[in-house]
Design a protein around this ligand. Structure first.
Ligand code: PMP
Length: 444
């Protein structure tokens, strides 16, 4: 029943813990980065002797590399059901670069005061790139941190047709909530705006369908990162209508972006080449293709069901541990397997330190690059946040986040639960044991 067993290398790694022993690393921080599939590592190894600069050389290796690179665009299109003729797949460095590129492109096609609607549940990478270039407003969330579709519609009405883009996460990186992106797209299109979905936390965990161009549910732009879908770092994806990218100047200029240039004139290439300046990351693209093929062979519906079953199992066990509080609605069906929590008397930093040092369990703690969202989930105010900004030696609030992947197992969850129980029953002991370590971590 562990559908990912033997296809991910992460679980085979042994890490040192506090008593000098080595234990199997338990990777519960998949929302940050996933370990690579074995198939991806094999494919990278096989491809390595053959890679060469693409699109320019006439040699066999260059032709082969060009083929691998170009075919990857079709595979990506298929994977998320983008339009084969109208959409373009642009390879970037990561989701963050994809959003920055889109923001730059759209800012050239807009009146000064055009509005972008982001939301209170976004990662910094889907908030900061829009600041300064657009009038930016944030769709509200409810008391459990879920997106308010009423507020989306109210804001679209309020801005009377000047909203250019609604930019929203597919699934939230703090709570795991899955947003109804097609319903959001329908509402958005009713008011003449376009939608961008930040798929960083969605594409590796649930089936994604951009839907046909002429339907109200169509997703106009989609972005995601390979390193969260079992391929290594260094590749991101931006998908959107070719016409949009054709109209604008690229963010980065240089080799590969033009057909012809003189000192006086430039004739740009069409997208995607125009937007992929310099020698591209062919190995990264080959790795992404390999990861997508493996995800398809397992089945995205199967992945979602398995991860959801793990999530339900874990949340049920956690809810019996004294002192655990959740920051998301764990009864919700539309959730990927991310759980934000704290234990009373144990700071988020201490909890993460104990889990790593006692049991080799890797989680993330803090604000997860989503400060406004965490501010709301923790019940803080903006002035509370300012206080923390201005007082460097004050302990920062935060949460602990467990995020599962398709290779995690029930046994790993059992070990996690056992450790949590131990911590809750021996709080004083662990606080004493890790005091010096925490002080060192807080004052690097
Ligand atoms: N959006 C979301 C929802 C994320 O979780 C992340 C990564 N934590 C990003 C964007 C940024 O991804 P990357 O660091 O790969 O650019």
């Amino acid at each position: 029943n562990n559908i990912g067993n033997n296809i991910v290398v992460g679980e085979k790694v042994e890490v040192p813990i506090v008593n000098g022993e080595y234990v199997h690393s338990i990777d519960f921080d998949n929302a940050a980065t996933t370990p690579p599939f074995c198939s991806v590592l094999n494919d990278i190894n096989n491809f390595a002797p053959w890679y060469s600069s693409i699109h320019r050389g006439a040699g066999y290796k260059s032709e082969l590399s060009s083929k691998v690179y170009d075919n990857a665009r079709y595979l990506v299109q298929d994977f998320v059901h983008a339009d084969k003729d109208k959409d373009v797949v642009i390879f970037t460095k990561n989701t963050t670069e994809s959003i920055n590129l889109l923001s730059y492109v759209l800012s050239q096609q807009t009146e000064h005061q055009n509005v972008v609607l982001s939301s209170w549940m976004e990662h910094a990478s889907n908030d900061l790139p829009w600041r300064g270039k657009f009038l930016l407003d944030y769709i509200e969330i409810d008391s459990l941190g879920r997106l308010s579709l009423n507020d989306l519609e109210n804001k679209l009405i309020k801005y009377k047709g000047s909203v250019k883009l609604v930019t929203i996460t597919g699934t939230a990186n703090v709570t795991g909530y899955i947003n109804p992106i097609h319903e959001i797209a329908s509402i958005t299109h009713k008011y003449g705006a376009k939608i961008m979905v930040d798929g960083a936390q969605m594409v590796p965990h649930i089936p994604v369908d951009m839907m046909p161009f002429n339907t109200p549910e169509h997703i106009d732009f989609l972005v995601f990162s390979a390193h969260k879908m079992y391929a290594p770092f260094g590749i991101g994806v931006l998908i959107g209508p070719k016409t949009v990218f054709k109209k604008s100047e690229a963010l980065i200029l240089g080799g590969g972006t033009f057909r012809l240039y003189t000192h006086g004139k430039i004739q740009w290439s069409d997208p995607p080449l125009k937007d992929e300046a310099g020698t591209p990351n062919v190995m990264g693209v080959a790795a992404l293709s390999s990861a997508i093929q493996t995800l398809i062979s397992i089945g995205m519906n199967e992945i979602f069901s398995y991860e959801k079953a793990l999530y339900d199992y874990m949340v049920e066990k956690m809810s019996h541990i004294p002192g655990i509080c959740f920051y998301s609605d764990t009864s919700k069906e539309d959730t990927v397997s991310i759980v934000p929590f704290n234990m009373v008397n144990i700071s988020h930093q201490l909890m993460a330190t104990i889990l790593a040092n006692e049991s080799g369990i890797a989680v993330r703690n803090g604000f997860f690059c989503a400060h406004p969202y965490c501010e709301r989930l923790l019940g803080l105010s903006e002035s509370d946040m300012e206080y923390y900004f201005n007082h460097k030696n004050v302990k920062l609030p935060g949460m602990v986040r467990v995020s599962l992947g398709l290779y995690n197992t029930y046994e790993e969850i059992d070990k996690f639960i056992k450790t949590l129980l131990l911590i809750s029953q021996n709080q004083e002991y662990f606080i004493q044991k890790y005091t010096d370590k925490i002080i060192a971590l807080e004052n690097p």
